[in-house]
Design a protein around this ligand. Structure first.
Ligand code: FAD
Length: 317
């Protein structure tokens, strides 16, 4: 029998694999059909081999962080989902640099929650704004996650990326152009880690600031309910997306179990058994109403990926 892509991965890539994986279990909004396969490469070398093999066999792939900014369509994902988990979870204190800043090297699979906890324990200021963002370091860097007028891109000294066909590249601060919820990376690059810089500070002060920002989040966002965070990007000028949506009277409006949050109108929550089709219909409805009432075209911040129909699997035994 002909060797399948799965056989080749098993033979040459140190990685765990799961087949036919419901993406609702891997995304914070908890919608989405199954991916053909989720591959968890053990380390950078395994990741490089995996990407080489997928390219050689022309298999489409996406990289998954914590799935907190993703809407996966109901037919799932044909091809491979690459997850940087356990093999990419180091947090390494690099001490102070010549300018008195405190450096830390973090790998892409580290949860932002762990990074914030590290900064509190060590008394390193500058990461408190990340409290309550349920992403991974890799996802946060790819998305240039931000809150309370700060962005993770502002803390980056060096970015470690794996470029398919090229290998590991270190991109210094000057080579990087972070923008609102994004950064320009070489084609197909996967973020594997970064060196970030904070300021030495009093641990009690850092803790108090993180606590305060978490409290503010709890008061203004549907914390604890399944969502993908802010659905729309804020327009470059004028009122923010949440204000525009609320002004259209859309809080609480539902399509199926997808609901515009009563607490923050730029969040869609899964109120039970929402499907991606409900979420995407609701997104369309919001865009239409905001355009009619305010002549503003809202663009999504969440990323909508995958297929509507299951179709023919791209990878199988
Ligand atoms: C309750 C809640 C609150 C939120 N609040 C905020 C907020 O205040 N500010 C904010 O900016 N966002 C917020 N978000 C959105 C989300 O958490 C962020 O965008 C986060 O940075 C996404 O990280 P992730 O690991 O979950 O990425 P994923 O959702 O898994 O992926 C997002 C994108 O990044 C890409 N990606 C992931 N990992 C890598 C990698 N290693 N290399 C290259 N590309 C990669 C993916 O392919 C995808 O395109 C919130 C979400 C929720 C659910």
């Amino acid at each position: 029998m002909a060797r399948t892509v799965l056989d080749e991965i098993r033979e040459s890539v140190p990685a765990r694999m799961e087949l036919n994986v419901p993406m609702a279990d891997h995304t914070t909004l908890r919608v989405g059909g199954a991916a053909d396969v989720v591959v968890y490469p053990e380390d950078r070398d395994a990741l490089a081999r995996l990407l080489g093999l997928l390219a050689a066999r022309d298999v489409p792939w996406i990289v998954l962080g914590n799935g907190s900014n993703l809407v996966v369509r109901d037919g799932g994902i044909r091809g491979a989902v690459v997850s940087l988990g356990d093999g990419f979870d180091a947090v390494e204190d690099r001490g102070e640099d010549g300018d008195g800043r405190r450096l830390v090297r973090v790998e892409a699979g580290v949860g932002l929650r762990r990074l914030v906890r590290w900064s509190v324990d060590q008394g390193v200021g500058g990461f408190e704004f990340l409290v309550g963002i349920p992403g991974s370091v890799g996802g946060a860097l790819a998305m240039n996650a931000g809150a309370w007028e700060a962005e993770i891109g502002d803390r980056v000294e060096e970015l470690e990326v794996l470029v398919p066909g090229e290998g590991l590249r270190l991109l210094s601060r000057d080579e990087l152009a972070f923008r609102y919820r994004g950064v320009d990376l070489p084609e197909g690059a996967v973020v594997v880690g970064a060196i970030l810089a904070g300021q030495p500070s009093d641990p009690e002060h850092v803790k108090a600031r993180a606590k305060e920002l978490y409290q503010r989040r709890r008061e203004t966002q549907p914390v604890g309910r399944p969502s993908a965070g802010s659905v729309f990007r804020n327009p470059a000028s004028g009122p923010p997306a949440g204000w525009l949506i609320e002004d259209c009277g859309l809080k609480g409006v539902r399509v199926g179990d997808a609901e515009v949050s009563q607490i923050h109108a730029n969040f869609i929550v899964n109120a039970g058994r929402a499907k991606a089709s409900h979420v995407v219909s609701l997104i369309g409805m919001i865009q239409e109403r905001v355009y009619v009432n305010h002549k503003v075209k809202l663009e999504t911040e969440v990323q909508i990926v995958g297929d509507w129909e299951k179709g023919k699997l791209r990878i199988q035994e």
